[in-house]
Design a protein. Structure first.
Length: 135
């Protein structure tokens, strides 16, 4: 289940309905450090399993960290080597891998599904910007 991007949640970027978004000016993109600090809202009842979401968000933060720390030349080499079968080559998640992530639903509480889905969509958009970055 993937909701509309206009759903409010723990803000990772400027919410879609904000004055910044309407004016075309986005706030600062989410950083790996900021993502590691965030925790989605917890709900009683039906929600996403927290361990799965936490693990996924750490993978996204790892990818963001690579984009933040590497030069354009280093990133181009990593991008070119994504499909080589080597444990030494760091893999970067794509926006589609983020956008289409699926989480197990628990009826005994977990992370708010709408909040996580909205945050995942904003993270995918942030990754799109990193993948399109040029020298």
């Amino acid at each position: 289940y993937k909701p509309d991007n206009n759903v409010a949640s723990n803000s990772l970027n400027s919410p879609a309905g904000s004055s910044e978004a309407r004016s075309g000016k986005e706030g600062p993109a989410i950083t790996s450090d900021r993502l590691r600090e965030l925790t989605p809202p917890v709900v009683d009842g039906i929600g996403y399993q927290t361990e799965e979401v936490d693990t996924f968000l750490q993978l996204v933060a790892d990818t963001l960290q690579i984009f933040e720390e590497k030069s354009i030349v280093e990133l181009n080499n990593i991008r070119a080597d994504q499909y080589l079968n080597s444990a030494e080559i760091k893999k970067l998640l794509t926006s589609d891998q983020i956008r289409w992530a699926l989480f197990t639903v628990s009826e005994e509480g977990g992370y708010d599904m709408l909040g996580v889905d909205a945050a995942v969509n904003r993270l995918a958009d942030a990754l799109d910007q990193h993948w399109q970055r040029k020298a």
